[in-house]
Design a protein around this ligand. Structure first.
Ligand SMILES: [Fe+2]
Ligand SMILES: [Fe+2]
Length: 171
């Protein structure tokens, strides 16, 4: 995932967002078992690469991809009802937070607002919006699988250590 740092064109497009202190706070929020900033960078960078190949508006895709989950709620701390509300309304909150800092094109606004479609009910009106929506879905599943796999591995290795300790003590 560090590859994006070496992509000068990408960095020129998004560095003002990546260096923003408000945006950097996303690093302290959990998201799909990872942190929210890494998730946003992943969605932004891979959407940007695909958008370039498809001759789409890749600059808007890179910026809006980065800002698509620009909200400050720790889902783990919420009860089920509030978490469900956040699931539905966080695209609107992310858009509002982003527009407090940046001037966004209509395309960028729609990318952010529709990234959870059909959840959230805002229709993706551009190819770029569909692209970020799909890349976000892909990485949401990918990050969850990585996180679950990591937990299982940790559990297994802890069990193995326990067994070895017991075996050693019972010799
Ligand atoms: Fe989201
Ligand atoms: Fe997301």
């Amino acid at each position: 995932m560090k590859k994006y740092y070496n992509d000068k064109e990408y960095m020129d497009i998004v560095s003002n967002i990546l260096n923003n202190n408000e945006f950097k706070k996303l690093e302290t929020y959990m998201h799909h078992g990872d942190n929210r900033m890494d998730h946003c960078v992943r969605v932004s960078y891979y959407s940007y690469l695909i958008a370039k190949k498809l001759n789409l508006h890749y600059k808007d895709v890179a910026r809006a991809g980065l800002l698509h989950d620009f909200f400050f709620v720790n889902n783990q701390e919420l009860d089920f009802v509030t978490r469900t509300k956040v699931l539905f309304n966080h695209p609107k909150i992310a858009l509002k937070n982003a527009m407090n800092i940046y001037e966004l094109s209509l395309l960028e606004q729609n990318i952010i607002e529709s990234h959870m479609f059909p959840i959230g009910l805002t229709l993706p009106r551009y190819k770029e919006s569909w692209l970020v929506n799909l890349v976000d879905d892909y990485y949401s599943i990918y990050e969850r699988v990585i996180s679950i796999t990591k937990s299982i591995k940790e559990f297994i290795s802890k069990s193995r250590i326990k067994k070895r300790v017991y075996a050693f003590l019972n010799k």
